[in-house]
Design a protein around this ligand. Structure first.
Ligand code: AMP
Length: 631
């Protein structure tokens, strides 16, 4: 059985890990990185993912997609504000969902995230030497039902069998607690690129029990970056009467420079933001530059309200767990943004504890996900580990008067199942519409509607007589399934889902096919380049042989030169058939030339030929690995 992996699908960066010899290990990507930027770019008909996509962002701002996790499983009206400050086009999609427009195509955030997953898994499959099909994917603990479901669908679009969706802080606690023996109450403070979670767990004897979780899915490192962007842009606007944020390319450069400045300030007390030639004066066409010193004190002033926002979820998690700060034994920091000194300070201030920095904040989540994958696959090296998690938000239905009737309250252990009986409000009511809600507010309209379910075919009867049994069932992924049936008639009615933002089955299937086609096209493109490069390196080798073998006959040299010229012509034509012909011909000519001149060529031409192939492969790893001219 192929190993299952654990994937931290992060807002900014993603990480993939696997169990190796009883321990979780990060798998490096094809570029040798332990983390992969969650960035996808569309360039011509090519899809770039990771570092390569990130590197060309400033030149291709409208088609370089980043922080897409902020949009996954969201409704348009929840993300309008974030969409407005994005350098790429984000708009309202079907049923109030979110779509990203790139090169005239509308993409669901799930599709874009699937590209990141696909790259992580392809690189990991190559590294492990086995095709990976099964994965555990993490989500912020405070992700609601649609965000979880959409993340799972992203995995499916990437061709994965998603074994489980688990909460990021819980995963981090798994990685932390794997080697701890005693009983501990742990608070995981997870501030990443786009989301904030706080989770309180009790650990002991292999049991990881989540007591409570709270958070803010609209708070992360990117918000800190945007404060710097606004500060720079407003200052520039005052001086030059020009808003850099309206210029997509300038905005992308500002965002990158702001993140860099923020990271610098985690170690230095001041930094200089320097962006030469950020734009041109519209009238005089003279270049304009940004050059500004940002101190840590100013950065903390710009982000003071963001820092204050972390306090409430920590207090709520403590109160939901019925604990006070002094009951916490360890505070674990997860997520890149916990490297900000002011964040560490505020955590210490709220909890009264010096945070434990023994886990790597970038890798702990993926490592924990790999442990969970190991548990599901029955990895015997892990012993008996039990993971008890909770649902982050209250789930309920809308009842008369526009109120929410809670079915499953927040911080209930999952999986969980609850059934309640409802009835009709009118005489001879033929059906009911059940609005499934998630959130903590008393009025239905203030919570998130996960979907409206219609139960139809209720036989005529007076108001209040019908017995409508509604069952909420949350699985171990934290994903909700709802069923309803009318009992007095003995007849079960089917449920129709309307207005959900998540993709329906046929959409997912279509996107799986599209993604596979894209992957096949990318593979074909790569193979074409490989063939071209292989022929080119053979041509270089032939030319070298002609130059080095001074004693070879002119006729032999001419023949080889003709084949090399033909190869050059074929490469230029980009015609597959011509390339294949020229490859065959040049291989033959080179072999003949080398055999005939074997005694003249010092050191043996066969060794040289193999050496040239190996050298070329090092220089450019798209050379065809089957290239064996010396045989
Ligand atoms: P994550 O989602 O955990 O990968 O966190 C990514 C976020 O952490 C991004 O917003 C990064 O800019 C931020 N980050 C990474 N390293 C640092 C650092 N040294 N100081 C401040 N923020 C950082």
């Amino acid at each position: 059985m192929a190993k299952a992996v654990g994937i931290d699908l992060g807002t900014t960066n993603s990480v993939i890990a696997v169990m190796e010899g009883g321990r979780p290990e990060v798998i490096v990507n094809a570029e040798g990185g332990r983390t992969t930027p969650s960035v996808v770019a569309y360039k011509g008909d090519e899809t770039l993912v990771g570092q390569i996509a990130r590197r060309q962002a400033a030149l291709n701002p409208a088609a370089t997609l980043f922080e897409v996790k902020r949009f996954i499983g969201r409704r348009w009206d929840e993300v309008k504000e974030e969409a407005a400050r994005s350098p790429f086009a984000v708009k309202e999609g079907p049923g109030g969902s979110v779509r990203i427009s790139v090169n005239g195509k509308d993409l669901a955030p799930e599709q874009v995230s699937a590209e990141v997953l696909r790259k992580l898994v392809a690189d990991a499959s190559a590294k492990l030497g086995q095709k990976i099909t099964d994965a555990v994917i993490t989500v912020p603990a405070y992700f609601d039902n649609s965000q979880r479901e959409a993340t799972k669908q992203a995995g499916e679009i990437a061709g994965l069998n998603v074994l489980r969706v688990i909460n990021e802080p819980t995963a981090a606690a798994l990685a932390y607690g794997l080697e701890r023996k005693g009983n501990e109450t742990v608070l995981v403070f997870d501030l990443g690129g786009g989301t904030f979670d706080v989770t309180i767990l009790e650990l002991g004897d292999g049991v990881f029990e989540v007591k409570s979780t709270a958070g803010d899915t609209h708070l992360g490192g990117a918000d800190f970056d945007h404060r710097i962007v606004d500060w720079l842009a407003e200052d520039f606007n005052k001086e030059h009467n020009f808003d850099l944020r309206k210029d997509k390319q300038a905005l992308q450069r500002l965002i990158e420079a702001a993140e860099k400045a923020k990271i610098d300030l985690s170690n230095a007390s001041e930094t200089t933001v320097s962006l030469p030639f950020i734009t041109f004066d519209p009238e005089t066409r003279t270049p304009m530059h940004v050059e500004k010193v940002l101190t840590r004190a100013k950065f903390e002033e710009l982000t003071a309200d963001l820092l204050r926002r972390v306090r409430k979820p920590v207090e709520q998690a403590l109160s939901d767990a019925k604990l006070s700060a002094s009951d916490i034994n360890e505070v674990i920091l997860v997520g890149g943004s916990t490297r900000i000194p002011a964040v560490k300070r505020i955590v210490q201030d709220i909890t009264g504890k010096t945070p434990n920095e023994s886990v790597n904040p970038d890798e702990a989540v993926a490592l924990g996900a790999a442990v969970q994958a190991g548990i599901i696959q029955g990895d015997s090296s892990l012993g008996d580990i039990v993971l008890v998690d909770v649902t982050p938000l209250t789930l309920g239905v809308e009842v008369k008067g526009g109120m929410i009737a809670p079915m499953i309250t927040r911080n209930t252990t999952v999986p969980a199942k609850k059934t309640e009986i409802y009835t009709t409000a009118e005489n001879n009511q033929p059906g009911v519409e059940i609005n499934v809600l998630q959130g903590e507010r008393p009025m239905a309209a203030d919570n998130k509607s996960l979907g409206r379910f219609k139960l139809e075919g209720i036989p005529p009867m007076p108001a209040g007589r019908a017995q409508i049994e509604v069952t909420f069932d949350i699985d171990a992924n934290g994903i909700l399934h709802v069923t309803a049936k009318e009992k007095t008639s003995g007849k079960e009615s089917s449920i129709r889902i309307e207005n959900t933002t998540t993709l329906d089955k046929s959409d997912v299937e279509r996107m799986v096919q599209e993604a596979e086609q894209n992957a096949a096209a990318d593979k074909a493109r790569k193979e074409k380049v490989e063939k071209r490069n292989a022929l080119d390196s053979l041509r270089v080798q032939a030319t070298q042989q002609i130059e080095e073998n001074t004693s070879a006959s002119q006729d032999a040299k001419d023949k080889l030169k003709a084949a090399a010229d033909e190869a050059e012509e074929a490469i230029r034509s980009e015609d597959d058939a011509k390339i294949a012909d020229a490859q065959k011909k040049l291989e033959e000519e080179l072999r003949t030339f080398m055999t005939t001149n074997a005694n003249q060529s010092a050191g043996g031409a066969q060794a040289d030929a193999a050496g040239a192939g190996a050298q070329a492969k090092q220089d450019d790893d798209v050379i065809d690995a089957d290239f064996k001219p010396a045989e």
